[in-house]
Ligand binder design. Structure first.
Ligand code: IDP
Ligand code: MG
Length: 149
């Protein structure tokens, strides 16, 4: 089973979409194995978005991500990395397809509601930034034999 890193950003929490977003992940059949609500620290945000340090939007991105509580999580399932990117939608919500989280609820690239790791390697790196190993729980959902052949 593949694991990916997902985070409901502060706009998602402030807009009361936490439950809606979690529900979409659950209904897909994916398994949430770690989750918390927390205010991301400046240090964690800078590590998380290190690849964007030279971008013109870097400072505003860090300010936004640390401005209010977020909900980081580890999501597990077949093809979890790419499945979660599909559920999240394209980076700019103006272009994300309707039916995706960003496409259904967003309008601005700086307020795109959810983060989802872009590769298995990124997922591993990001999980290690936001969670300790003992925070992920090992379990099966009762419905899994109805989700997987
Ligand atoms: P991703 O979240 O879809 O992987 P990235 O290109 O990795 O997109 O960018 C990380 C985050 O930085 C985006 O989710 C978005 O919040 C923000 N961002 C990306 N491009 C821009 C921009 O042009 N202006 C403002 N914010 C941006
Ligand atoms: Mg990215």
């Amino acid at each position: 089973m593949e694991q990916t890193f997902v985070m409901i950003k502060p706009d998602g929490v402030q807009r009361g979409l936490t439950g809606e977003i979690i529900s979409r992940i659950e209904r897909k059949g994916l398994r949430i194995v770690a989750m918390r609500m927390c205010q991301v620290t400046d240090e964690t945000a800078r590590r998380h978005y290190a690849e964007h340090v030279e971008k013109p939007f870097f400072n505003s991105l860090i300010e936004f991500i640390t401005s209010s509580p977020a909900v980081p999580m580890i999501v597990e399932g077949a093809g979890a990395v790419s499945v979660m990117r599909t559920i999240a939608g394209a980076t700019d919500p103006k272009e994300s397809l309707v039916g995706t989280i960003r496409g259904d609820f967003g309008l601005d690239v700086g307020r795109n509601l959810i983060h989802s790791a872009d590769s298995l390697e990124s997922a591993k790196r990001e999980i290690a930034i936001h969670f300790t190993e003992d925070e992920a729980v090992l379990y099966e959902r009762a419905e899994e034999r109805w989700v997987y052949e």
